[in-house]
Design a protein around this ligand. Structure first.
Ligand SMILES: [Zn+2]
Length: 235
């Protein structure tokens, strides 16, 4: 990416953050000050960076695993949601998996998933946004796709507002619909809270893979997801 483009992206992102911080933070504070019982329970957002540690997840053609991209977008998303006034908890804050307990890679992965699920289910006020990257056999597939848990009707609403936000801000050509998760996605199957997995893009597509490792694009992706969450919250 060109130097000017990077500056432009950074500036646009900062302006948007400043704009929303000014616009939304006072609104949230006014609501809290003027109403003893908020019209809507304040959600606690669980931001889940997929994989970590020895589990790198999907890997691009030039060897970049999704775990670091997931962490970077999750950190940006958490910062934005915090600025917007929401309570946020991250499932991981560094490259480590949640558990190194177990004699095999599989056993450690199972323990990691159990600990993530515990965080997902720690409160009925939790709303879960899990960040991942996609991979497919064809190098042509591209674009964000959002999967939602079948257990709570709000999951689809959240998936749709995030999908719409990413499309309007970043990917106008993206026609993908949100998709109900089948029973194979353990974490979405085993939570009753609103929960989505955002597959931000395809590491198997060289063009999209180059974007996904770019810090400016990661911030734009995080911003698009955060405004999708705001749309969901204000529905
Ligand atoms: Zn993944």
């Amino acid at each position: 990416m060109g130097y000017k483009k990077a500056i432009y992206r950074g500036a646009v992102c900062l302006m948007l953050i400043a704009f929303f911080a000014l616009l939304i933070r006072p609104a949230a504070q006014i609501k809290l000050m003027t109403s003893a019982t908020p019209a809507k329970a304040e959600p606690r957002v669980i931001v889940d960076a997929g994989h970590g540690g020895e589990d790198g997840g999907a890997v691009s053609a030039d060897g970049v695993p999704e775990k670091g991209i997931n962490l970077s977008i999750s950190n940006d998303l958490s910062d934005l949601l915090t600025v917007f006034g929401f309570s946020v908890e991250k499932t991981r804050t560094d490259d480590n998996a949640l558990s190194d307990d177990g004699d095999s890679v599989k056993a450690r992965k199972v323990n990691d998933m159990k600990l993530r699920l515990e965080k997902f289910n720690s409160s009925p006020e939790n709303v879960i946004i899990s960040i991942h990257q996609n991979k497919f056999s064809s190098t042509k597939s591209k674009g964000t796709q959002v999967f939602y848990s079948p257990n709570n009707e709000n999951s689809q609403k959240l998936a749709d507002t995030i999908k719409d936000s990413v499309r309007s801000l970043l990917q106008p050509e993206n026609e993908r619909l949100s998709k109900k998760a089948d029973g194979n996605i353990f974490l979405l199957k085993n939570t009753d809270n609103p929960a989505v997995i955002v597959e931000c893009g395809f590491l198997s597509n060289p063009g999209e893979s180059a974007l996904l490792v770019d810090e400016g694009y990661q911030k734009e992706m995080a911003f698009s997801i955060s405004t999708g969450f705001l749309d969901y919250y204000h529905l």
